[in-house]
Ligand binder design. Structure first.
Ligand SMILES: [Zn+2]
Length: 489
């Protein structure tokens, strides 16, 4: 069964056939001027799953994700806060790593930074100028000559006229540009801006050119990825620069993830509904955010709301509970009996049928939403096997539930989920929910103490009324041989 991936360039799913021993993947990273929001988390998580999945399938993968560490946004932030622009970049690159580590996103094999590629960027500009595909202006800018690259617009499937109208409307007409569509490879520095010496005067790279310089040693890439918002102009321009310069393909397959919306609205700072990863992780476990993001196919838009995060959390709890139940079952083997052969075969058949659907989902354009659906089916199936006494004690169910734990391990490798022990998961979740629901723990302890005394005095009416009072605080009490245990409803 082979993996099919949707290629933005052809608008169809294609069988993934790497061209050599090494699968080369490049994903455009962040501009380091602020904390990452959930749109960044989505892109990072989905490409992390892709890389994990390919590696587990036996491919050797070289994964590159860049940092844009010089840009208008970084410079503006540095000016506004009276800081060094290097330091601003450093701060947010470090924050990126902290956030992504928490989300279980593996580090890339290579993390090039724009400022480390100035020489390569300049040599690329010079090659394009020499070939007549770019030009320097009297002000010291260098522009790419879009009409020198006939395939321009193919990736984003737009006509040159539409793009030209859009470009004129967006940036207005620059008299130094031959064509409104031409875009900057190199920008002359304005007074006081950071700059690098160049044959065209002091300046700094345009945004798109850094990716062309960074991918140069690895082309053609097997997969080039990023968020949908990068298709145009960023990826269209990257492709034009590289392919015009080298007459070769930049990437064989282009993958783009969909947008994140908040409560059905576009997420933006001006709407005040902007959510950073850090905001969300104050109220939810990192794995829950991952679980939520993987709950939708990566190409669909995803709508973030606290209610949907709570729903994801409930789903995760169901799965962790089943993992815990199976671990306990496997730790204390019952006396096993054989079921009639036919019944055992049926159980094995059902198991294989469900398990097969997981692989089908992952191979169908990394459909994690469907894969999670299969995991829930398997969990329901496992719960039935555990509940029925006769099945529980059978040799075949014993074996199947051993396979269940192996499957959990596989999901952990592919999806980066279920990486905690169930005990840790439930403990961390309880602590988080106490804060989130603003539970007064001291008051809860007081009521539990009074209830213990009431029960010791056999005053069950009082004990019941205390239980009700605890419930009104969102707390559920369980009486166990070790005494009262409580959790949040
Ligand atoms: Zn890029």
């Amino acid at each position: 069964m082979s993996l099919f991936l949707y290629n933005t360039a052809t608008r169809q799913k294609e069988a993934f056939v790497p061209q050599g021993d090494l699968v080369k993947i490049y994903v455009c990273g962040i501009t380091a001027y602020d904390y990452c929001h959930i749109g960044h988390a989505r892109s990072a998580v989905i490409f992390d799953v892709l890389v994990r999945y390919l590696r587990e399938q036996g491919y050797k993968v070289h994964f590159i994700r860049n940092f844009t560490d010089i840009d208008d946004k970084i410079i503006n932030r540095a000016l506004k806060e009276d800081r060094d622009w290097h330091e601003v970049g450093q701060t947010y690159m470090q924050a990126f790593h902290e956030d992504m580590d928490r989300l279980g996103v593996l580090r890339a094999d290579e993390e090039p930074k724009a400022t480390e590629f100035i020489e390569q960027i300049q040599s690329l500009c010079q090659k394009l100028i020499d070939a007549g595909k770019a030009y320097a202006t009297p002000s010291g800018d260098v522009y790419f000559r879009v009409h020198s690259y006939p395939a321009y617009g193919q990736l984003s499937q737009q006509s040159l006229d539409d793009m030209r109208a859009g470009a004129s409307a967006r940036v207005g007409l620059n008299p130094e540009k031959e064509d409104a569509l031409d875009f900057a490879l190199w920008k002359a520095a304005k007074a006081g801006e950071p700059n690098f010496p160049s044959p065209w005067g002091p300046g700094r790279p345009g945004w798109h050119i850094e990716c062309s310089a960074m991918t140069m040693p690895w082309i053609p890439l097997d997969i080039h990825g990023g968020g949908q918002d990068l298709i145009f102009p960023h990826h269209e321009n990257e492709k034009a620069q590289t392919e015009a310069c080298l007459n070769t393909t930049l990437a064989r397959l282009w993958m783009h993830n969909g947008f994140v919306q908040i409560n059905s609205e576009k997420m933006s700072k001006s709407l005040g509904n902007y959510k950073t990863i850090r905001d969300i992780l104050e109220s939810f476990l990192p794995e829950t955010l991952r679980f939520f993001l993987l709950g939708k196919h990566y190409r669909s838009p995803i709508d973030f709301s606290f209610a949907d995060m709570e729903e994801a959390e409930r789903g995760e709890r169901r799965i962790y509970q089943t993992i815990l139940d199976v671990q306990k079952y496997r730790a204390n083997p019952p006396k096993l009996v054989d079921l009639p052969k036919e019944q055992a075969e049926t159980l094995r058949g059902e198991w294989q049928e469900i398990s097969k659907r997981y692989a089908e989902a992952m191979n169908d354009d990394v459909n994690t939403a469907q894969a999670l659906g299969v995991i829930f089916s398997l969990v329901r199936h496992v719960n039935r096997l555990l509940e029925e006494k006769k099945l529980r004690k059978s040799q075949v169910v014993w074996e199947l539930l051993g396979q269940f734990l192996e499957a959990v391990e596989l999901w952990r490798q592919h999806l980066g989920l279920f990486s905690l022990s169930p005990e840790d998961f439930f403990a961390q979740l309880k602590a988080l929910r106490i804060t989130r629901n603003k539970v007064d723990v001291q008051r809860v302890e007081e009521l539990l103490n009074q209830r213990r005394q009431a029960r010791a005095a056999k005053d069950f009416a009082r004990s019941d009324s205390l239980r009700n009072e605890l419930e009104s605080l969102g707390v559920i009490v369980q009486d166990t041989p070790e005494g009262q245990k409580w959790d949040l409803a």
